[in-house]
Every structure is written in structure tokens, then in C-alpha cells.
Design a protein around this ligand. Structure first.
Ligand SMILES: Cc1cc2nc3c(=O)[nH]c(=O)nc-3n(C[C@H](O)[C@H](O)[C@H](O)COP(=O)(O)OP(=O)(O)OC[C@H]3O[C@@H](n4cnc5c(N)ncnc54)[C@H](O)[C@@H]3O)c2cc1C
Length: 363
């Protein structure tokens, strides 16, 4: 019943990701109880297909891929191996050697990765982190970051001093993670459990120079500027996940419940407008990675659109529909997570405002 409709999928997203999205959807009901199930299927063609495409993708292509796969299942998508945000960060800050090492590890072992910014005392405000890298030792705590306790490799942001340029990223290799100075655990989750949000504590971990990203770059390029490029390039991917998730809800209700038809047509149009905005934002950031206003607007709009779809359906659908369709009830719940991924609405709107003042956004 929860299987996706291949004709609808192909009409909207084309054939490239149909098999993968179908497989994602089939796996989605099991994710809350078994978020590591993908590890038993690493030889499935969809696993390698996504890893390779993600490494090769620019922002626009990543957004298109993430929307199609999220239509299959956003929660399962978050459990799957791939470079994710760390791959984008390495593209911005890594040496050819660091990038090649990471790509080889992720591609050959088909592993998941993490990217740790968020902290208990600071949230995801990368400019004011408490985690430090001083005298080659990493100390701090990260919280609420995806796959943090289950991935064998990832990146951690830390400060090296008190100035605006004193921000670095550390490549956490399997050896560093297993060194004894790192403790981590998966946190209990309700919405979008495939993310496996985690906690990581690191106490005086000795970090070799080759694990620090951006040492070959100027301080201006490796600090906040490098992080901003990464956030801007990844944000359309998160917006796309919200859109694919919402479109899947709309199509599911159309195919299986048959209620709220006028609303479904309105949602199609709303999601299409948001999709066009997101594609334009992705195009812009591929050309000018430091221009963040349009991507913030697109992310805010996509999140709001997905939340509206979920709120209206939750209100309008007969209760029996939610009881009879557990996939629907679960998917309506999972939508709340997008607001907290890659920056909340107030932060996105502050970025839009800053872009407006820089004359980045057309009035
Ligand atoms: C599914 C999921 C996956 C995630 N994956 C990752 C990951 O891979 N890596 C990672 O590091 N983190 C990850 N996160 C965490 C996420 O990035 C943050 O929790 C999220 O951005 C919320 O930001 P915050 O914690 O900084 O909010 P807080 O700073 O705690 O803010 C709380 C509230 O205050 C508002 N606020 C904060 N600052 C301002 C301001 N200056 N002006 C106005 N309002 C403000 C915020 O909008 C928010 O409403 C993930 C979260 C989820 C739900």
C-alpha cells in the first residue's frame, strides 16, 4: 500500500532514480525500529548509485537527486551511505590528497558520514563554537548531528582562537574516532529517525596536521568563508528533501485516500513554485557559492510549504485514514524535522535580509 506510484514518479522526476526511490519507499516502514538496516544491503545497486552521483553532483543536481530520493523516503535517505555535507566541505577545504582519501573510503566501504557543527551551548552558530582545537588537541561536545555515532568518518568544526577567522574543520578518521578520546551515542528520536541524531564528546584528542582541513588555504578562505560555501551549497539539498517529502504526501493521499482534492491541486502548484525557486537558488550558488540569500529564501519556502501540506492533511483527513495508513501518519510527523535542518526560519530570514542589504536579492 505504501509503495510509490511509478508512473507518477517517472512523470515528475524521470527514470533515473525510480528504482532507488522505490526501494527507499519499501524500506521506509522499518527505519524507526531498524535505522541501520541499509548496512545489510550495501550491495544493492541503489547504494553505489547514490554515492557516485553525490560525489559527482553540483548543487542543482544534488537537489534534484535528493528530492527524488526523499519522495521515496526521506528517513531512509538519511540512513544511506554517502559523502553528505562532509563531501561538500572537503570540496571547499580539502587538499587533493584529503579529498581522494575520503572518496576512496566512502566509495569502497560504502559508509555513512557525519558533519558536526551543532553544540549544546551554542546551537548551530558556527561563529561562536565552544569546541576548540588548540595546540593540536580537540576538545568539546557536539549534539544533534546526523549519523554522528554510527558513521566511521566525518568532520567536526572547532575554533582555534577568538577571532572571526579562527574556525577550522577537523577530518575525523576512523583511527581518531576509535582513539579513546572520543565518546558518542545516538540520541532518542521521534521525527525522521533515520537521521540518528547523535552526541559526541571529545576530550583532548591529538589531531595530526594532515587531519585539519584547509591548512593549505589562506585564513580568510578556510575560516567562515569555507563554511558558508558549504552551507550554501548543501541547503538546496535540504529544501529539496522537504519538497520531495511533501510531494510524496500529496501523491499518496491522491492515490490511496482520495480526500482533500482541491487542496492537493493547490499543493502541487505551491510545491512547483518552491521547486523552481530552489532550482534557481541552486544554480546561483553553483556560480557564486558565497551568495546565500536566495538559498535561504528557498529553504525557508520549501520548509513552510512542506509544513503547510502536512498541517492541512493532518487536519482535513479522516482519522481512519491515519489509522489505515501508518506510512501516512509517520510521514506527516517526519515533516517537522526540516525546520531544524540547516538552520531555522529566523536564521534563513536573517540571511535574506542581509542579502537584501547587499543588493543580492532582487526586490
Ligand atoms: C534531522 C536533523 C538533522 C540534523 N543534522 C545536523 C548535522 O548533520 N550537523 C549538525 O551540526 N547539526 C545538525 N542538526 C542540528 C541543526 O542544524 C540545528 O539543531 C538547527 O539548525 C537548529 O539550530 P540551533 O540548534 O542552532 O537552534 P538554537 O540556536 O538553539 O535556536 C533556538 C531557536 O532560537 C532561534 N534563533 C537562534 N539564533 C537566533 C538569532 N540570531 N536571531 C533570531 N532567532 C534566533 C532559532 O531560530 C530557534 O528557533 C540536525 C537537526 C535535525 C533535526
Amino acid at each position: 500500500m505504501f509503495r510509490l506510484n511509478p508512473d507518477r514518479f517517472a512523470a515528475r522526476y524521470g527514470p533515473e532514480w525510480l528504482a532507488a526511490a522505490t526501494w527507499y519507499r519499501e524500506n521506509s516502514p522499518a527505519v524507526p525500529d531498524d535505522p541501520d538496516l541499509v548496512l545489510r544491503h550495501l550491495d544493492h545497486p541503489a547504494v553505489a548509485q547514490k554515492i557516485e552521483a553525490e560525489f559527482a553532483a553540483d548543487t542543482r543536481r544534488r537537489a534534484a537527486m535528493f528530492e527524488a530520493l526523499s519522495y521515496g523516503s526521506a528517513s531512509f535517505l538519511l540512513t544511506t551511505p554517502g559523502p553528505s555535507l562532509s563531501g561538500v566541505l572537503l570540496d571547499a577545504l580539502g587538499t587533493p590528497r584529503q579529498r581522494a582519501w575520503f572518496r576512496e573510503l566512502v566509495s569502497t566501504t560504502r559508509c555513512r558520514t557525519f558533519f558536526a557543527v551543532t553544540e549544546p551551548g551554542r546551537g548551530s552558530d558556527a561563529a561562536h563554537l565552544d569546541t576548540t582545537l588548540r595546540d593540536g588537541r580537540l576538545t568539546g561536545e557536539k549534539l544533534l548531528f546526523g549519523n554522528g555515532a554510527v558513521a566511521p568518518v566525518g568532520t567536526v568544526l572547532a575554533r582555534t582562537g577568538d577571532g572571526p577567522l579562527d574556525l577550522v574543520a577537523v577530518l575525523m578518521t576512523p583511527e581518531l574516532i576509535e582513539s579513546g578520546a572520543v565518546r558518542r551515542r545516538v540520541l532518542p528520536m521521534f521525527a525522521l529517525p533515520g537521521a540518528q541524531l547523535s552526541e559526541l564528546r571529545v576530550d583532548g584528542l591529538r589531531v595530526p596536521p594532515e587531519a585539519v582541513l584547509g591548512s593549505h588555504l589562506k585564513a580568510t578562505e578556510r575560516g567562515m568563508m569555507g563554511m558558508l560555501k558549504t552551507f550554501h551549497r548543501f541547503r538546496p539539498g535540504v529544501a529539496a528533501m522537504a519538497l520531495g517529502h511533501a510531494q510524496a504526501l500529496v501523491d499518496y493521499v491522491r492515490d490511496h485516500v482520495g480526500a482533500a482534492r482541491p487542496e492537493l491541486d493547490r499543493f502541487d502548484q505551491m510545491l512547483e513554485r518552491s521547486r523552481e525557486l530552489n532550482a534557481a537558488a541552486a544554480r546561483e550558488v553553483d556560480e557564486e557559492p558565497l551568495r546565500g540569500a536566495l538559498v535561504s529564501l528557498a529553504k525557508q519556502r520549501a520548509t513552510a510549504a512542506a509544513e503547510e501540506v502536512a498541517a492541512v492533511l493532518a487536519r482535513e483527513l479522516p482519522v481512519a485514514a491515519l489509522v489505515d495508513h501508518p506510512w501516512l501518519a509517520r510521514s506527516l510527523t517526519d515533516v517537522v524535522a526540516y525546520e531544524f535542518m540547516e538552520g531555522t526560519t529566523p536564521i534563513q530570514l536573517a540571511n535574506v535580509h542581509a542579502g537584501y542589504l547587499r543588493r543580492e536579492v532582487p526586490v
